[in-house]
Design a protein around this ligand. Structure first.
Ligand code: ZN
Length: 169
């Protein structure tokens, strides 16, 4: 079911409200509601938070279709607090901007990233020593692209500068 839509989330650390709405649409089609069910705080830590990517839909299903009772109040509050700590929604859809692309690592960077500076400096030194161009680590600028476009082309976000793109660890 709806695999395409879930994949977007698995690749992203941050989710836009648009993507969240897609998840809610999946939940709306689900014939079961969580009602008073809620995993214990211990289960939340050891199971759900340990594999957040795969449990995101499940957690949102509990929070959206379940309700609070005297028995589950503590666990529900615990779950929503833990979830909100590790998961964030972004207002802006992926806006186009300039990214630096490394062909050797297939990573995309924001301008000003330490890794970009380091690699450019290394290339400059190699250039001065007249080393063959094939030994340089290629770093190219791509103007006005979105993260979605780069992800679709097989690039992955750099951990140093695109922190928000990764799941909180
Ligand atoms: Zn970077």
């Amino acid at each position: 079911m709806e695999n395409e839509k879930i994949t977007i989330i698995e690749e992203y650390g941050r989710m836009t409200f648009g993507d969240y709405d897609k998840l809610l649409a999946i939940i709306d089609k689900c014939p079961f509601s969580a009602n008073e069910y809620c995993p214990s705080a211990e289960e939340t830590v050891s199971i759900l938070m340990a594999d957040l990517k795969n449990y995101t839909l499940f957690i949102i299903w509990i929070l959206e279709t379940g309700y609070e009772t005297a028995e589950n109040a503590y666990d529900r509050l615990f779950l929503s607090k833990e979830f909100n700590r590790k998961f964030s929604l972004a207002f802006e859809e992926d806006a186009p901007q300039d990214f630096y692309l490394s062909e050797s690592t297939k990573k995309f960077h924001l301008p000003g990233c330490e890794n970009v500076k380091r690699i450019m400096l290394k290339n400059e030194k190699m250039k001065r020593r007249r080393m063959e161009k094939n030994k340089w680590k290629s770093m190219t600028v791509r103007r006005n692209v979105t993260r979605q476009e780069l992800l679709a082309k097989g690039y992955i976000p750099c951990r140093a500068c695109c922190k928000g793109d990764h799941w909180a660890e």
